[in-house]
Design a protein. Sequence first.
Length: 336
Amino acid sequence: MAAELSDLCKQYDVDVIRDFGEAAKNSVSADGKVYAIPTYKQVMFVMLNKDMFDAAGIPIPQHWTWQDVREIAKKLTTGENAGKVYGFLKSTDGNVINEIVATEANRECWLNADATATNFVDNPYLRQGYQILYDMMYTDQSMMSWEDMIVQKVSANEAPIFFNKQAAMVATGSHQIRNIKDTTAFPRDFVVAFAEMPALNADQTDYYADLIVQDHLSINEKSANKEAAMEYIKWYYTEGYDPMIEGGRMPLYKNYDADRAIQIMLQGAEELVDLESAKNVLFGSYDKMQYDGSNLHKAEIALIMKEEMEAFFLKQIELDKALENMQKRCNEVLEN
């Protein structure tokens, strides 16, 4: 159904890697063919209550680690029972947690090159990430326990808890922009700041951002107006994306005016957002992405990882057993 666009890309000077960065490389096939042009990036980040950080004398983090998150979360956790404020929160969206805890290595760290087998047992990245989150929940108690999050239905939307000042930090993504702007549904008197998703280790040389490239545009193979369609696509991603930005969708195009885009995106909420940190995180340079979506049996593997991770977070099995189960079950899927 989709037309091959390589010739039209040359004709209209569209270069997927040049225009959108390395994060869009999977939009081009191994033999260089293009069937769709990506336009949108969803960035995962940590949303911060800047007022709480300021009161504790903690600067907005930059290039931080999960160990930094743990230490800051302990400092910002206060109160007890219904009045408790957690230093950190992440919803029970297990698939996302599997991504955010592995910012040191791409999926090749646990999936071999031909996507026929996994390695979770000897993988230091997921092991380290899971253990830190577990310790925050049950040792530090600076993060809501997995069971409590299930009971309170913190499944896909952390906004109510964050905007009610029950958490100082929330790992979330750009889908929250609409809630940050919506002061009617989420009235608040504090400033929201942003920090990039933490790395695992301070000395790591590669950082794989948790970034999802989406909203690809294709042209029907039978279209009689392919040139006009490509002309529109180029206009749309280079300068016509403003209406999408208003709804919190960030342009993937590297040369989109970041100052104008951040102004459009946060219009009406300027006094309640730290604009500098928002620009740095939402429109930063993300050449390497942890989540590339290219592995086979993606849905089945994601479900297995979520189930075993959740069993560990619910104290049903030890971490070694969870990783062993992940590896065994995923390899069985990939063998078929």
